[in-house]
Every structure is written in C-alpha cells, then in structure tokens.
Design a protein around this ligand. Structure first.
Ligand SMILES: [Zn+2]
Length: 410
C-alpha cells in the first residue's frame, strides 16, 4: 500500500471556507438542499474542482461528479464523497467532511502525480438530509435505482416548490443520466455518536447501517370546547399521543442497546388553547441493526399504541412512510480501510452506523463502505457539532489509502 498523507493545512482551509457558506451565529451552517446557500456551496465546490483540473458533471437530479482520470478510461470509477446540504441551523461537518476530504484526496493524488488504475471520482449527492424535500437520501436513491427520477423531481418543499423547479432556478438541473456504473464507493462522515470518542479511537471502520422504518401515526378522538364537556367524556387525541411517545421511549429503552424508537415530529391540527385536540399526527422512527429487530419493535409498538387508543376511546392509524433495510458494507473495502488505518498508525475499530447515509443506497449497486471520525459529545444536526482538525485529516489519509487500494484491486 502506498502511504501518502494529505495536505492538512489545505484541507482545513477548504473546510473553513466552506463553513462560511450559510454560516450561523454559533458556528454552524444553514444550507438546505437547493436553497441559495446550497447553490453557493455547489458553486464553490465546482470552482475548486475545475481549478484543480477535474471537470464537473451534473446529473438530472443535481448530483455533482468531478473525475480524476485513471490509467484505464473503460474502468468504472472509485466514487468518494458525501453531501453539502445541511439540516436547519445545523453543524458544518455533517456531509461537508466527506465531500471535502474527497477533494483533498484528488488534490493530493495530483501533488504526487499518482496514476491510478481506475478513475477516482468525487461526488456531492443532492438532498441527503431530507430537511427541505422528503425523503432523505433522495438523489443517491435515484442513482441506485431506489427512486424514479420523475418521483424525485416532483417532490415539493413546504412552500410548494418542486425539486425540478429549484434545480433549474439555481442552475443545477444537469443533463447527464442520473445513474452510471461505479466500481466502488467510500464515504467519510462524522460518527454523530459517541462510540469513537469514548473509546479514544480516531477511525471508525463502519460495518454497516442499521435498518430504519418511519411510520405516520394518526391518533383520532374528537375536537371539543375545552370548557363545557366534563373531563371524563373527552376523547383527547393529544393525551393518547403523549402516552404513545412515552411508550416508544420505554420500548426503545427496554430493547437496549440495539433498539432506537423515537417520535420526533408531532402536529396538532386544532392547536388552540380552548380546543381539546381531536387529532394528532406524528412520525415514529424505529431503528435496529437486524431486519427481525425492526419487525419486532414495530409490532410491539403498534400493539402498545392500540392498547392506549382503546383505553381512551381513540382510533389509531399507522401507515409506513419509508423503510430502509439494514445494510452490511463490503468486506474487501472494510479490509482496505482497516489496513489503511493500521498503516498510518491511527487507532481504529469497527462499529455500526445508526444514522442513514448515502452509502446505504449505493451499497445496493456497488461494493460500498464508510469511514467514521469522532464527533464531539456525539452532538450532530446542531450548530455545536464539532470534529477535530486532526481527525478530519486522519479520515482523509485513510480515504486516500483505501481509495488507492480499491483502485489497484478494481
Ligand atoms: Zn450526513
């Protein structure tokens, strides 16, 4: 394995400059998919890639690709990257670390005049976060054949703007087909948890991604005036929903350490101080590393929800919004990542990702893997999100070595 190191100072300057785009007062960024700040971030990435001699291609769902040619033009590329969009008022590392370490890998290969077997290609996926347009991981999903292009282009934000309109408005409605053969895919990302930090380990070699199922839970009672009707005659949907939120939390705790069950989105259509709520709509998010674990959690929770509804004379409807099965990453690529971390002397360990990532979609069509770096306190999707400069550089070093090894084996 060739052992090169990236230019840490250049990588940090690049991170710092990107962090200015959509910067928030407390050190985070607000860069929702296809908004004006996302456009600015894309323009900056495009300029950097083109200055370095890697022409930028855009596909029809706005995914951005910059390729550094290899010895053989016929071979599919080793794809490396992540996303530049963010959650609202979120951190500057989630996603950007993966795209900018990929750029640093291309630049370093140029510095050392390395000729790789396969082309090495940077990618910035559109709408990873799903904050403005749902579902998340949308454009990598189109690339992997999980979603139809037309379905994706028609998705609307809360103001009714479609992805197609916003791509055209910001100048990123590309012409390239939204899929292409790829050799392998490697993504660097902050862990967004505390496993690496607690173990004082620099590099996480990700074994796979947990399965996630989101369901819409609608609780139906009856809207009535908060005054005249006696308490015992009420069919208060919000009280039922509150018990369901607690039930989700208790069930998640009871199935530790693997299970996660969360109700993080809740709407009360009446939302009035003098109306007993007759309807509540919420989203239940269930995660588990095993497909059977997801099924068991979901079944247990639906049973609890039905019991709670029956006790309070409510109705409950549960509909699936989306579901991703657990994914295991490619064994050969994981071996490359482990060997790369070892060669550099970076402490490394295997761990499972509990958040969804674009690599999850890409793993369906090509060997894929992820490299995690520590994230302070596990805090992410928050302006306080923080990753150490030396950890980002270590992630880039390992990405470089793993991409080279993967290229040699392709
Ligand atoms: Zn991310």
């Amino acid at each position: 394995m060739q052992l090169m190191k990236v230019d840490r100072a250049r990588l940090q300057r690049t991170m710092d400059r990107m962090s200015e785009v959509g910067a928030t007062p407390n050190g985070g960024v607000h860069r929702l998919a296809l908004d004006d700040k996302d456009r600015e971030a894309r323009d900056l990435l495009k300029a950097w890639c083109e200055e370095a001699g890697f022409p930028m291609r855009i596909d029809r769902i706005g995914n951005m690709f910059a390729q550094r040619e290899g010895r053989s033009a016929e071979r599919p590329p080793i794809l490396i990257g992540s996303h530049l969009d963010s959650q609202p008022m979120a951190g500057r590392f989630d996603g950007a670390v993966g795209v900018l370490t990929a750029l640093e890998v291309l630049r370093t290969l140029d510095d050392h005049r390395v000729v790789t077997e396969c082309p090495i290609e940077l990618v910035n996926w559109t709408n990873e976060e799903g904050a403005r347009f749902r579902p998340p991981l949308l454009a990598s999903g189109v690339f992997a054949g999980v979603y139809d292009l037309d379905f994706a282009l028609a998705q609307q934000d809360d103001a009714g703007c479609t992805i197609a309109e916003e791509l055209a408005r910001i100048g990123y409605a590309g012409t390239q087909a939204p899929t292409a053969p790829i050799g392998k895919y490697i993504e660097v990302h902050i862990e967004q948890g505390t496993v690496l930090e607690q173990a004082e380990v620099t590099i996480g070699n990700v074994t796979g991604v947990v399965g996630i199922r989101d369901t819409k839970v609608t609780v139906i009672g009856e809207d009535v005036h908060a005054g005249p009707l006696p308490m015992h005659l009420r069919r208060d949907a919000l009280v039922g929903a509150a018990k369901m939120v607690l039930a989700a939390n208790e069930t998640g705790l009871a199935n530790a350490p693997d299970a996660r069950a969360t109700i993080g989105r809740l709407a009360v259509p009446s939302n009035s101080h003098s109306v007993v709520p007759g309807r509540v709509e919420m989203v239940l998010d269930v995660r588990h590393p095993e497909a059977g674990g997801i099924e068991a959690l979901q079944a247990e929770l639906e049973e609890r929800f039905r019991e709670i509804a029956a006790e309070r004379k409510l109705e409950v409807l549960v509909e699936e919004i989306w579901s991703y099965p657990p994914i295991e990453f490619d064994a050969d690529l994981r071996a490359c990542i482990g060997a790369a971390a070892e060669a550099h002397g970076y402490p490394h360990m295997e761990l499972c990702s509990r958040a969804g990532h674009d690599a999850w979609n890409i793993a369906r069509i090509a060997p894929a893997a992820m490299i995690f770096i520590p994230c302070r306190g596990g805090i992410s999707h928050n302006e306080r999100e923080f990753a150490e400069e030396e950890h980002i550089a270590a992630g880039a070093d390992v990405l470089l070595a793993a991409a080279l090894a993967a290229s040699a084996a392709c």
